[in-house]
Design a protein around this ligand. Structure first.
Ligand SMILES: *Cc1c(COP(=O)(O)O)cnc(C)c1O
Length: 400
């Protein structure tokens, strides 16, 4: 089919829940994707921070195709070598002692919320969760209850027991923790959907100090920033803190649906047989993909590469800001999650639309931020190419 035909058929048969680009993608390789009409794009969306190894990485393709020929699904009534192995690698490379696998980000947060409540119930009947006001934790009702209000409209009543505080400020958390019913604080180390919001350097350390003092859990949602995105395997490693629970998804399965929540033994021991479960979570296909992802990240030095590429990208974006002070308000990033904030939503929309037209895929976030999520394999060449396209669009926007 042509892009036009696919777009028409989508409109006819799919629920109208997404604002989509008028593009139908057909194939991808490395940092590039092609649409159904053969037009090529540099993909700095990466399936929304999923394809950290780029498209169709040979290690993932090999692992998944071999697994499909061997065993695809058996349920969690049985043990699986690859599930145990991926759990071990996640544990060996994180604060955690135990892992639970599921299928998506929102489901990881649902499970994490249940674990925190189970822990809180067993520790004095605590159940409330403090979260950041403009956060994004997912679309199912539990995770949605901890998410930005704009996503909640039309779905009330939500789950009770959630208290929102402004992100990046410590006093409101301190105040919220005076409530003896609080069992956990849930935060993104960097807010992705909210426009790549990076809190002050010691924020997580300050939160960790308070949660320790009050004996409540710290839950970090690393669904977007985990698995190497920031130049460390997990973003919390930048800040000298360890959470009690962490959620992962997106890049974890390298393009195969896969989520997980991880916890220390102290917390995980409150989950006993029968209290939580999933049919397809941790299935052999997702596990083989996840193993290929984490091994490739570690074996090929992609963390250092992402850190270096991120520094270079941010430097070049700072140059763009300097060249266009009337259009660009701020540039920021950590590793390969970066944002360019424009002075108005109109400028932002215009720049993102023009950039896509010129073959650079990026996402418009919170109306005025262009979010850039290159694969960890992107290097100077791809970054320079993106910078050239962004510069060109800004020159045009400046002259318009
Ligand atoms: C994407 C995202 C989620 C939700 O993940 P899904 O797989 O879409 O359910 C949750 N938290 C954060 C921080 C995310 O970026």
């Amino acid at each position: 089919m042509s892009s036009e035909e696919t777009i028409a058929e989508s409109g006819e048969y799919l629920m109208n829940t997404y604002g989509r680009y008028p593009i139908a993608l057909a194939r991808g390789k490395g940092c590039r994707v092609w649409d159904e009409d053969g037009k090529k794009y540099l993909d700095f969306i990466t399936g929304i921070a999923v394809n950290n190894l780029g498209h169709c990485h040979p290690n993932i393709v090999r692992a998944v195709t071999a697994q499909c020929r061997t065993l695809m699904q058996v349920s969690n009534l049985f043990h699986l070598e690859k599930q145990a192995e991926l759990a071990r690698l996640l544990v060996e490379n994180s604060f955690a002692d135990k892992v639970f696998f599921c299928n998506s980000g929102t489901e990881a947060n649902e499970g994490a919320i249940k674990l925190a409540r189970k822990w809180g119930g067993d520790n004095g009947g605590r159940y409330k969760i403090v979260h950041a006001r403009d956060s994004f934790h997912g679309r199912t009702l539990g995770a949605l209850s901890a998410t930005n209000k704009k996503y909640q409209a039309g779905f009330k009543p939500l789950l009770p027991g959630f208290k929102s505080v402004p992100y990046g400020k410590i006093e409101p958390i301190e105040k919220a923790l005076s409530d003896e019913k609080v069992c956990a604080v849930l935060l993104e180390p960097i807010q992705g959907e909210n426009g790549v919001v990076i809190p002050y350097e010691n924020y997580l350390r300050d939160v960790r100090r308070l949660t320790k003092k009050k004996k409540v859990l710290l839950m970090l949602d690393e669904i977007q920033v985990g698995m190497g995105r920031t130049g460390k395997l997990f973003a919390y490693e930048h800040y000298g803190v360890k959470p009690d629970i962490m959620t992962l998804a997106k890049a974890l399965g390298g393009g195969i649906p896969c989520g997980a929540f991880l916890a220390t033994n102290q917390v995980a021991k409150h989950f006993t047989p029968g209290v939580h479960g999933t049919t397809l979570g941790g299935n052999p296909i997702a596990m083989s993909a996840g193993l290929a992802v984490i091994k490739t990240i570690m074996d090929e030095g992609l963390l250092d590469r992402a850190a270096q590429s991120g520094e270079y990208f941010l430097e070049r974006l700072a140059g763009i800001k300097e060249a266009h002070p009337g259009l660009v308000k701020d540039v920021r990033g950590k590793g390969l999650i970066l944002g360019v904030e424009f002075k108005s939503p109109e400028i932002a929309k215009d720049v993102v639309t023009r950039a896509v037209g010129k073959g650079l895929l990026t996402i418009l976030t919170e109306q005025r931020v262009m979010r850039l999520l290159p694969p960890l394999i992107a290097g100077k060449k791809e970054i320079d190419e993106a910078i050239d396209i962004i510069s060109e669009t800004l020159d045009e926007a400046g002259n318009a």
